[in-house]
Ligand binder design. Structure first.
Ligand code: ADP
Ligand code: MG
Length: 192
């Protein structure tokens, strides 16, 4: 049974949206980090990032077993932990880095972790990893900036059902933000 990958930088809205997509499709929702931790599919703990390090090979085996029984929406920013051959479509959510920064600060992320994720979003890290893992044909990206959960869910359902949507390369924060992008990368602030 196929998997639907929902990826993107932490804070872009994966969990909010992926749960609703799974509900609408009547299939299972899998939060990869929670699955890995609850089943001990981890290799260690990164104290600096306050995050578990997932055992990608063990997680892939677990997802293959799951997919042998049912379809699922998989929510994770780690594309390389998802068995590529099982993925029907991969959707990477994007969010204006200035908005992402506000959301991560509201979540009380330490400043270094906010910066790391804002930089990753500006530089397309999750998109690149998804394209490398799943290939450009199956990968789509959705700019969620200013959109409601409902709108984003509908866009994902369209991608799943019709294979239509924005392709990798349609979001370009460097172009949209101009000098603000460089200020964010350099200083973590968009204002001069
Ligand atoms: P992720 O799983 O990618 O880390 P979450 O789904 O936890 O992201 O969302 C991060 C924060 O952003 C939450 O506070 C959530 O309520 C909020 N959020 C998610 N989607 C939207 C949206 N479309 N518009 C505004 N806020 C959103
Ligand atoms: Mg989440």
């Amino acid at each position: 049974m196929p998997l639907i990958y929902v990826g993107g930088t932490p804070g872009v809205g994966k969990t909010t949206v992926a749960k609703e997509v799974a509900r609408k499709l009547g299939i299972k929702y899998v939060n990869l980090a929670e699955l890995a931790v609850s089943e001990g599919l981890v290799t260690g703990y990164d104290a600096e990032r306050k995050a578990h390090i997932i055992d990608e090979e063990a997680v892939k085996r677990r997802l293959r077993k799951l997919a042998s029984e049912e379809s699922a929406v998989v929510d994770t920013h780690v594309a390389t932990a998802v068995p590529s051959e099982l993925v029907d479509v991969a959707v990477v959510l994007r969010l204006d880095p200035r908005e992402l920064k506000k959301r991560l600060e509201a979540r009380d992320y330490p400043p270094a972790k906010v910066m790391e994720n804002v930089q990753a979003e500006i530089l397309d890290s999750c998109l690149i990893e998804a394209v490398e893992t799943f290939g450009v044909e199956r990968t789509f990206e959705i700019d969620t900036t200013g959109k409601s959960t409902k709108q984003v869910v509908e866009e994902i359902l369209r991608v799943v059902k019709e294979r239509k949507g924005s392709k990798p390369g349609s979001v370009n924060w460097l172009e949209k933000l101009g000098d603000d992008a460089y200020r964010l990368l350099r200083d973590g602030e968009a204002q001069p």
